[in-house]
Write a protein that binds this ligand. Structure first.
Ligand SMILES: [Zn+2]
Length: 222
């Protein structure tokens, strides 16, 4: 927790209703922030602020997008996600539940969060063994990932691999690769259980080209 106090869960839940279709809510938080906070608050995974001590070696990178589906009345929907890397890292720093190692925005700016020596809370079941990278993107499969953002991601992953040689290109994964859970009926309704909660970074991410660049970039010799 930093000096900026995280909004209480009840406040977030109330604000989120107002913020679902507008980026600024009357509660003073951006809709994206609220969406993220509520999403995280509903994971049921409590974590220390800033992550947990590492208990095992890092052998994976998990690539996320900040945007991802919510589901209401049986229909998934996405919000617009904007803001730069610094804004989003500041947001992560205020959230009590989740943490992340890096955020890369659409211009390619990289903000570092918790150190790699700490296990951030970003991907259920993979936190201890992975480095988490969030990309500023709607995650809806349509919002394009600009080249400077991809360039920065390639460079960052190559740099991370130098420090963690067990991360092969095949161990650079999408969040959607490691979490195939669907929306819970109790919170979202029975119809939403047909839809996956984690699709990020989504179909607009140039996965094949990214993997090819990873294989050709500097890193551990695998
Ligand atoms: Zn994710």
């Amino acid at each position: 927790m930093t000096a900026a106090k995280a909004p209480a869960a009840a406040e977030l839940a109330g604000c989120l209703t107002l913020a679902r279709v507008q980026r600024r809510s009357t509660c003073g938080h951006s809709g994206a922030v609220l969406a993220l906070a509520l999403l995280l608050a509903t994971t049921g995974v409590l974590a220390k602020p800033g992550g947990h001590p590492r208990r095992r070696a890092v052998d994976a990178v998990i690539v996320h997008s900040l945007g991802g589906p919510d589901c209401r009345a049986g229909a998934p929907f996405f919000r617009v996600i904007d803001g730069d890397a610094r804004h989003w890292m500041d947001t992560f720093n205020r959230l009590p539940i989740v943490s992340i190692h890096y955020v890369i925005d659409r211009t390619g700016q990289v903000a570092a969060g918790v150190p790699e020596t700490v296990a951030a809370t970003h991907a259920t079941g993979w936190n201890q063994r992975s480095i988490g990278i969030e990309l500023v993107n709607n995650g809806d499969g349509r919002d394009p990932f600009p080249l400077p953002q991809i360039d920065a991601l390639v460079a960052l992953v190559a740099d991370i691999r130098l420090r963690h040689p067990a991360i092969t290109p095949a161990r650079v994964l999408r969040h959607s690769d490691v979490d195939r859970s669907t929306f819970p009926a109790a919170k979202h309704g029975e119809a939403c259980t047909a839809f996956r909660r984690k699709l990020d970074p989504g179909d607009a991410f140039p996965w094949t080209a990214f993997q090819a660049r990873l294989a050709g970039s500097a890193g551990a010799p695998h």
